[in-house]
Design a protein around this ligand. Structure first.
Ligand SMILES: [Zn+2]
Length: 68
């Protein structure tokens, strides 16, 4: 019935201190199945986050988009 609640449980939120490419502030990353994005509440920069597998493990790649 409540699909919104179900969707909420499949996402993972993560705070990335100093990860914002716009202002160097904390980035709130939200992971959902198949995609991830980060939002900075200081400068409102929204960036697409990509996960790339490398020899060292999984890397988080930030792909900045236009600021809101
Ligand atoms: Zn920022």
């Amino acid at each position: 019935m409540n699909t919104e609640l179900q969707e909420e449980t499949t996402t993972r939120d993560l705070d990335l201190p100093g990860a914002c490419v716009g202002c160097g502030g904390p980035l709130a990353a939200r992971f959902s199945p198949g995609r991830a994005h980060g939002v900075c509440f200081t400068c409102h920069l929204v960036s697409e986050l990509g996960l790339a597998r490398s020899a060292e493990g999984v890397q988080l790649i930030q792909l900045p988009r236009a600021a809101a």
